[in-house]
Write a protein that binds this ligand. Structure first.
Ligand SMILES: [Zn+2]
Length: 411
């Protein structure tokens, strides 16, 4: 099946189906209980791969303004994410000798969860964050933040006062509808001799570990290392190092510089990660075409297990209301008929209903009140942390379930 769209990077028009996850609402559009009787808009969630540049991508249905306004995601609510941020600030400050004369700029700086650690070190920082309510939380912490979307236009406006020694984008590259304008903007914002680091979920891990639930409408592009190198090269940026990180089930952190910056030799890791992707077959279309059947089989396996548990009379609750959980529940058709409620630590999500399935979100204390037999961990990437925080479910013989890469019971 062909898509009408053309490739967001190379404009190729021969797009091939990668995986069709049916119709789903925007995964962060939680429904307030007052609107429980209203309709909501569903969009096709169908990822395509461009055979010319191998960029896996979704069509854009809504403007980023619509999607990211009053975004309910506050980074500071995850303990392990904060530890990751602090370690990053320590490592980068040491590696690139950042001090009070340096400028660190973060795109999609959220509530300042990362820049706060640079600020503590006396480094000059600037955040760029399009969601007004989230940016306000950063400004309250004393982190100067521009409320806008990043691209060439904003880069031209900011570069005179804020050219970056370190330009950061964590989990933003994948969320950018106009990829070329964004990367061209990175080139403009970067000081001579400066470094860009970007983190994004690694397509290799998505495919290898069956993480189809990380596909959702707000997430437009899915990058392999092979493809992201191409994207940066088009704008005279060279990726000179890369790291594989465990975050989000397997992310890449890339390090880029101006092409004519001769001071940063290519690290061995560039060659190593490239080789890994070639061994997996990411240069072959056959590898991409096989993914879809793997996802359908996973859906059948998940449903078979959950139907079995319900038929035994077990009660099920969920832990966490992340975007990926909403993809999984909507694609698999798992609603209130399986899961009584999900709990989430984020007070913005409590008292809301999940988009599509309308499963209610409650505070974590609800688990102790109703004592469910099984707690499904929706953000499987935070499994260890969540098991630690909910160890009390063992008191009543409760067990945890994870559904990705396949169904697993943890007791
Ligand atoms: Zn392409």
């Amino acid at each position: 099946m062909k898509s009408k769209q053309s490739c967001r990077f190379c404009s190729g028009t021969a797009m091939i189906s990668f995986v069709d996850l049916g119709l789903t609402p925007l995964s962060n559009s939680f429904i307030s209980k007052q609107k429980a009787l209203s309709y909501e808009t569903f969009y096709p969630l169908h990822a395509y791969v461009c055979p010319a540049c191998r960029l896996v991508q979704l069509e854009q249905f809504e403007s980023p303004q619509h999607i990211f306004n009053d975004y309910v995601y506050f980074s500071s609510y995850s303990d392990s994410w904060l530890r990751h941020a602090q370690r990053y600030a320590d490592d980068m400050s040491a590696a690139f000798a950042l001090d009070s004369r340096s400028k660190v700029v973060e795109i999609a700086s959220n509530d300042g969860y990362l820049l706060q650690y640079f600020l503590e070190k006396g480094v000059d920082v600037l955040g760029i964050e399009p969601a007004g309510n989230v940016a306000a939380a950063a400004i309250e912490k004393g982190i100067p933040t521009v409320i806008d979307f990043f691209g060439c236009a904003l880069a031209r406006k900011l570069v005179r006062r804020h050219a970056a020694d370190l330009l950061i984008g964590n989990n933003v590259l994948a969320h950018v509808p106009d990829l070329n304008d964004f990367v061209a903007g990175l080139k403009l914002m970067l000081k001579d001799g400066g470094v860009i680091t970007m983190e994004f979920p690694h397509l290799l891990q998505l495919m290898r570990h069956n993480q189809f639930d990380t596909i959702y409408h707000e997430h437009f592009s899915y990058f392999s290392f092979l493809t992201v190198q191409r994207v940066f090269a088009k704008f005279d940026l060279t990726i000179f190092d890369a790291e594989e990180l465990p975050t989000h089930g397997g992310s890449l952190r890339i390090y880029a510089k101006h092409r004519d910056d001769g001071t940063k030799p290519a690290a061995d890791r560039v060659e190593r990660i490239t080789r890994k992707e070639l061994q997996f077959g990411l240069d072959s279309m056959q590898t991409y075409l096989a993914f879809s059947e793997q996802v359908k089989q996973t859906k059948r396996n998940i449903l078979r297990r959950l139907i079995g548990l319900k038929n035994e009379g077990s009660s099920l609750a969920g832990y966490g209301a992340p975007a990926k959980g909403n993809t999984l529940l909507n694609y698999c058709g798992i609603g209130k008929d399986f899961i009584d409620y999900v709990v989430d630590k984020n007070p913005y999500k409590q008292q809301m209903l999940l988009p599509g399935t309308r499963i209610p979100v409650a505070p974590p204390e609800r688990l102790q009140e109703t004592k469910p037999d099984y707690v499904i961990i929706m953000p499987w990437n935070l499994k260890e942390e969540i098991i630690g925080q909910t160890a009390y479910i063992r008191q009543w013989g409760g067990k945890w379930l994870t559904l990705i890469p396949e169904v697993a019971v943890i007791s």
